[in-house]
Write a protein that binds this ligand. Structure first.
Ligand SMILES: NC(=O)c1ccc[n+]([C@@H]2O[C@H](COP(=O)([O-])OP(=O)(O)OC[C@H]3O[C@@H](n4cnc5c(N)ncnc54)[C@H](O)[C@@H]3O)[C@@H](O)[C@H]2O)c1
Ligand SMILES: O=C(O)C(=O)C[C@@H](O)[C@H](O)[C@H](O)COP(=O)(O)O
Ligand SMILES: [Zn+2]
Length: 338
């Protein structure tokens, strides 16, 4: 699996020297180009910047077209190297475009949001949304390397930190009670390299055990069946949520289902909803949307043979996967986050 480096940004020079390449391209959106590119520019040799518009609504085939066209117009060959500089939208989509261009060129991830540093840039899931379904088209495709540096947080809006914090709390809930505690003690004002590293280590351990999600890796998807459905349902509306904000609500709903299934104790459920509910509580979901949310859940990648399967919690720090869930339980769970 890709190595994750927690180093100064100047380390880019060494990474570039270690990956033989013919041409260098930087993929960014307007925010990562404005705020992050100036911090790395001096460490780069001659290169071309490919800029796409920011946000989940641009994680689409149209943006891929722009990226593939830019590579084609520059006559990029199979030894071309792409640096994905940005949040999870950039690392997911850039990885996918690199993995498919001329059947695959190499790429390095330089994640610039907390969420992409602790989760999206690590583990080789790449892809785009399609027909309104999250990450519906994609590849498992490894980055050559990932360079993580919290300097990028200086320009990140607070809500983006809160969004990334959800995936860190998820890592604690599914696999490491101490990390959950450490995250709660830390709060979401500022994140040390150490806490970010702890979170990445949890993800790496799960991915190493099951790189292509045949089994155990599904635990990283806790909160995502309902979270993704909420995120998709609200995309392009005035109530749009960031990925982590939607996953925060998804985790509350799926913790409820965990308790209903007799997996999670009431005591731990109460702790989880108290802590998550303090932060992820701005739900703008109406009862009329439940049918649509359940329809979206049916497209989740963990489902099989028409059965809805979720990853749920057994304890704080332990998750289980492939648990069949009845639709009525989703209604009840949505009532909890309303
Ligand atoms: N592949 C995976 O394993 C995985 C894991 C988790 C999430 N994801 C995906 O990641 C995406 C969410 O990632 P995200 O939260 O990073 O969102 P994002 O990529 O949309 O970035 C959030 C916003 O921050 C801006 N930005 C980025 N860096 C900045 C900086 N340093 N300063 C100021 N602004 C900056 C971006 O332009 C964007 O507007 C979702 O599409 C989600 O599905 C993938
Ligand atoms: O790495 C994983 O595996 C995850 O599930 C991490 C999630 O946080 C992430 O949002 C991922 O993109 C979801 O994958 P999907 O398979 O449900 O699209
Ligand atoms: Zn996620």
């Amino acid at each position: 699996m890709s190595k994750v480096y927690f180093k100064d940004l100047s380390y880019i020079k060494e990474l570039l020297a270690s990956v033989e390449h013919s041409q260098l391209f930087i993929l960014a959106d307007e925010n990562s180009k404005g705020h992050c590119y100036p911090l790395i520019k001096d460490y780069l040799e001659y290169h071309q910047v490919i800029e796409i518009s920011s946000g989940e609504k641009h994680k689409t085939l149209d943006s891929c077209n722009l990226i593939w066209n830019a590579l084609t117009n520059a006559t990029a060959d199979r030894k071309a190297l792409l640096i994905n500089l940005g949040g999870g939208v950039i690392t997911d989509m850039g990885g996918f475009c690199a993995g498919t261009y001329k059947r695959g060129i190499r790429f390095i991830n330089i994640p610039t949001t907390l969420l992409s540093q602790v989760d999206a840039s690590v583990g080789a899931k790449t892809g785009i949304d399609f027909n309104g379904y999250k990450n519906h088209i994609g590849l498992f495709c490894e980055a050559e390397a990932v360079l993580v540096n919290p300097t990028f947080h200086q320009t990140l809006p607070q809500e983006q930190l809160v969004s990334g914090y959800a995936e860190m709390l998820k890592h604690g809930l599914i696999a490491d009670q101490k990390h959950w505690q450490d995250c709660l003690e830390n709060g979401y004002g500022k994140f040390s390299n150490e806490l970010i590293q702890q979170s990445v280590k949890i993800k790496e351990k799960v991915v190493e055990a099951d790189p292509t999600e045949k089994g155990l890796r599904k635990i990283l998807n806790f909160g995502h069946t309902i979270g993704h459905a909420i995120e998709t349902h609200l995309l392009n509306t005035e109530n749009e949520l960031l990925h982590g904000e939607a996953i925060g609500l998804g985790m509350i709903a799926e913790a409820f289902i965990s308790r209903s299934k007799g997996l999670l104790s009431d005591q731990e459920y109460q702790i989880i909803i108290k802590e998550l509910g303090r932060i992820y509580n701005s739900s703008k979901i109406e009862k009329a949307s439940y049918v649509e949310i359940k329809r979206l859940c049916k497209q989740d990648k963990k489902n099989q043979n028409g059965e809805l399967n979720m990853s749920l919690l057994k304890n704080i720090g332990q998750a289980v996967y492939d648990i069949p869930v009845e639709e009525e339980l989703i209604d009840e769970a949505l009532n909890v986050i309303l």
